[in-house]
Every structure is written in C-alpha cells, then in structure tokens.
Design a binder for this molecule. Structure first.
Ligand SMILES: Nc1nc2c(ncn2[C@@H]2O[C@H](COP(=O)(O)OP(=O)(O)OP(=O)(O)O)[C@@H](O)[C@H]2O)c(=O)[nH]1
Ligand SMILES: [Mg+2]
Length: 213
C-alpha cells in the first residue's frame, strides 16, 4: 500500500530531527566524498535562500552558513543525514552573481556541470527560485544543464513570505509553465518560506522520497 503523505512527513521530520552532520566543503571534484549513499542537491542563484532552506529542512539554525553577502557559498557543501546514514544533502555554490569575474563564473560552471554529469548517486536536485523574481535567464541556463545531465529536479520557490498571495499565485503559474518546457523538471512547484516555515514539512518528505526512490 502506498505510504500516506502524513506518514512520510512524520518519517522525514523524525529523520531530520536526528543526526545531521556537515561533512566537508569541496572547492573541486577531487575533494568530494565517496559516492556511497544517495544525494540530493540544492541549487539556485546567489542569495536565493539555499543555505536558509537547508537550515529549515534540517531544523537547525546555522548548519549551512547563511549570508547577507551574495556569492558566499563557493564550494559544494556536503551534509550527512540519518543514523545510520540515509542520504547526503549537497548545498551547491550559487550562480548569477552580477559582480562575479568571468574566471569565477567559468570555474563555477565547470565544477557544477562535471558534478551533475558524473555523480551517479545524485538522485534529485532542488532548484530554488526567488518568489519575487520568478525564473530568470540564469535559472533557465541551470535548468538546461540539469536537463542535459538528465538529473531530475523540483523547482522550489523561496521567500514566499515576501510577496502578496495574489502575486505568489501568478509566479506559481508562470513557473509551472516553465517547468512544462523542461524535460527533467517536475510538474509541481514547491512553495516555501524558510523564515515562516511554509512548505518545509512537504519539502522534507519530498527529499526523503527522492532519496529513497
Ligand atoms: N524573508 C525571507 N528571507 C529569506 C528567506 N530565506 C532566505 N532569506 C534571506 O536571504 C538571504 C540569503 O539567504 P542564503 O540562505 O544565505 O542564500 P544562499 O542561496 O545560500 O546564498 P549563497 O550561498 O550566497 O548562494 C539572507 O539574508 C536570508 O536571511 C525566507 O524564506 N524569507
Ligand atoms: Mg549559501
């Protein structure tokens, strides 16, 4: 019998309230952990709220460093979830930072593309999009990289507390339309606020399902 939504959410809540450990921060692929457990990555523009969402999912205030300075997370950051180890979360370096020098952008591109292409254990990516901005050209570029690497992704709107409900409905509809055009994107859009805890229980459950799937 199929597991009930509330059962998965409860299982996910328990899992994330147990052990979650920062493993390492990898500036290049030679430093990433052995591919011995499933992984779920979190990607998105600089400042979109990746680290904040990771903190919210794990119910910790600062397991992933959050910053007010965009472009702070430049490495792949790995977090072990569960005891015994169930899966790993990967906080990816943000993209689309306007002031980034071309050499930095190129380094980012290579690191992310090679990681996505070669990582057999990568089950899914959460692609975060700021509710206030919707999908920007840089996000569409990232979606193409994911489509090409055939890594399935869930588009997750962040900072939903920052806009009105009517505006949120419009951005959800527009984002759904974009998702339909991308082969590796899930049709349903996640809607979250790390600040208010909105959509977090659902996202935790989705992460657990993706890791187990
Ligand atoms: N209002 C509100 N602010 C948020 C939310 N999530 C994140 N922020 C704020 O947005 C800023 C950036 O958040 P981060 O989590 O550091 O973003 P990031 O995507 O990890 O950024 P980089 O690591 O630089 O790529 C911080 O000032 C957060 O406090 C949210 O749900 N609501
Ligand atoms: Mg970050």
């Amino acid at each position: 019998m199929e597991e009930d939504r509330t059962e998965i959410e409860e299982r996910a809540r328990k899992l994330f309230s147990g052990r979650v450990d920062f493993v390492l921060s990898a500036p290049a692929l030679q430093f990433i952990p052995n591919p011995d457990v499933p992984e779920i990555a979190i990607a998105g523009r600089s400042n979109v709220g990746k680290s904040s969402l990771l903190n919210a999912i794990t119910g910790r205030k600062s397991i992933a460093r959050t910053s007010v300075t965009p472009g702070r997370t430049q490495e792949l950051n790995f977090f072990d979830v569960g005891e015994p180890l169930a899966f790993r979360l990967v906080d990816m370096p943000g993209y689309g930072f306007a002031k980034a020098p071309p050499a930095v952008v190129e380094k980012w591109r290579r690191l992310v593309r090679d990681f996505l292409r070669g990582r057999q254990v990568l089950k899914r990516t959460l692609l975060l999009v700021d509710s206030r901005h919707g999908v920007k050209p840089v996000d569409a570029d990232m979606m193409e990289m994911l489509d090409e690497a055939a890594v399935g992704y869930r588009i997750v709107l962040t900072k939903a507390d920052k806009i009105k409900a009517s505006e949120l409905d419009a951005v959800i509809a527009a984002t759904q339309a974009v998702a339909r055009k991308h082969s590796a994107a899930y049709p349903e859009i996640g809607v979250t606020s790390a600040e208010k805890g909105m959509g977090i229980a659902e996202l935790r459950a989705a992460v657990l399902e993706d890791a187990e799937g």
